[in-house]
Design a protein around this ligand. Structure first.
Ligand SMILES: Cc1cc2nc3c(=O)[nH]c(=O)nc-3n(C[C@H](O)[C@H](O)[C@H](O)COP(=O)(O)OP(=O)(O)OC[C@H]3O[C@@H](n4cnc5c(N)ncnc54)[C@H](O)[C@@H]3O)c2cc1C
Length: 363
């Protein structure tokens, strides 16, 4: 059993899942964060979608996403070992739908790409899709059914991980870590999302991480009792080429997201909210009758090649950030691999493409 001390900077899903994994492996863990669970994790949809997300065609990412999907039940079980709080983990599956014939080419491409990568997805007629989800518009042009793409409710799962960490003996310090030398822990894990680029003290040439915020507008709706449950599965749609998703939750709410913008504007944008509502209603017309509870925007921490920064950068420091649009899913992989790296073992997956030093300037 390992007995080192570990400091984790960041209490988003990545830092908390990692801290819990380290504590469970016998390390004495301290998590530093001035405002736990207020970053991207607070705003995320929570889709665990290795198959549906092949649409983004990032080949080096698929093996990581697939491995993360496979390990997710373990992470959920680890949280349940130390906390009774709910996680919103649901395995009802996902339907990807096309609004019209032009959008249907997306489904064809998606299906073809999924088949090439050995992923399980089934083409459905509109009638078959509506037999599964009667709230879908009769005018959709077809669907793909993906039973293996699941979801968690990130705010719930985050709170469950936080509680689990506390019960597993993790100590929390409600302050930022500006420099890795502010702690005397044997090992330091930089898991501070966007904030990771400002943490110093581990590389002579200055912090080499290049992170950019990719904002997404997200809505939370409540389904009125007479309509509940409006949908049972995650519905992902293409409307005039734009992606939109509707995620049903146990608490009778729906999350509708998400736009993608790099305009530096942290507040939800009227145009984004308008677009999301219009596109989501095109696919699930009954959404019109829901209550609008919340509009927020979060920043996905993106790297120049949209792959994470995950790996050891010195004898003492491990970097784990840049999870961009897949950080909820990749939390299971991040936690497991950082646990292995801290224990000086070979990570379970090949992380060469994720080298945190790969975008260092003036190499
Ligand atoms: C709109 C939207 C929808 C998304 N939907 C999905 C989805 O459906 N599925 C999916 O897999 N992913 C999704 N994502 C991506 C996912 O949310 C992120 O990749 C993930 O939350 C990143 O987690 P994190 O812990 O690295 O960062 P964060 O959640 O941002 O947490 C970072 C934490 O670090 C803290 N911090 C910052 N600086 C410091 C410091 N110096 N010292 C200590 N602590 C510090 C912050 O306070 C914060 O609590 C979505 C993101 C957005 C914005």
């Amino acid at each position: 059993m390992a007995t080192s001390t570990a400091a984790v900077a960041g209490a988003g899903i990545i830092g908390l899942a990692t801290a819990l994994t380290l504590a469970d492996r016998g390390h004495r863990v301290t998590v530093h964060d001035p405002a736990p669970l207020t970053g991207a994790t607070h705003h995320a949809g929570g889709m665990l979608a290795p198959t549906a997300e092949v649409v983004y065609k990032q080949d080096p990412l698929f093996p990581l996403m697939r491995a993360a999907g496979g390990w997710y039940p373990e992470l959920v079980a680890l949280a349940a070992k130390y906390s009774e709080l709910p996680t919103g983990y649901r395995t009802n599956g996902t339907l990807v739908v096309a609004r019209d014939r032009a959008d249907k080419t997306h489904l064809d491409e998606l299906k073809q790409y999924q088949a090439q990568h050995g992923m399980m997805a089934e083409r459905l007629t509109t009638r078959a899709a509506r037999a599964l989800e009667p709230a879908l518009s009769p005018t959709i042009a077809g669907a793909v059914r993906i039973d293996g793409d699941h979801q968690v409710q990130p705010r719930l799962f985050g709170r469950a991980l936080f509680d689990a960490c506390a019960n597993a003996g993790v100590t929390f310090v409600r302050e930022a870590l500006a420099d890795v030398n502010e702690t005397d822990a044997d090992q330091v894990v930089i898991a501070a999302g966007m904030g990771a680029k400002d943490i110093g003290g581990w590389f002579d040439g200055g912090n080499p991480l290049q992170l950019r915020p990719v904002y997404g507008d997200v809505l939370r709706l409540a389904v009125p009792p007479h309509q509940y449950p409006l949908v049972e599965r995650v519905i992902r749609g293409f409307v005039e080429d734009r992606p939109v998703y509707v995620i049903p939750r146990e608490d009778r709410t729906l999350t509708v997201g998400a736009t993608s913008r790099e305009d530096g504007r942290a507040a939800p944008q009227v145009q984004g909210v308008h677009q999301l509502l219009r596109d989501a209603i095109e696919i699930v017309p009954g959404l019109e009758e829901c209550d609008l509870l919340e509009a927020t925007a979060g920043a996905r921490p993106g790297t120049p090649d949209d792959l994470p920064y995950l790996g050891r950068v010195s004898d003492r420091v491990v970097v784990s950030t840049g999870y961009f649009r897949h950080g909820i899913l990749l939390a299971s992989l991040a936690a497991r691999c950082v646990g292995e790296i801290v224990d000086k073992r070979e990570p379970s997956v090949d992380l060469e493409a994720c080298d945190p030093m790969r975008h260092r300037r003036n190499r």
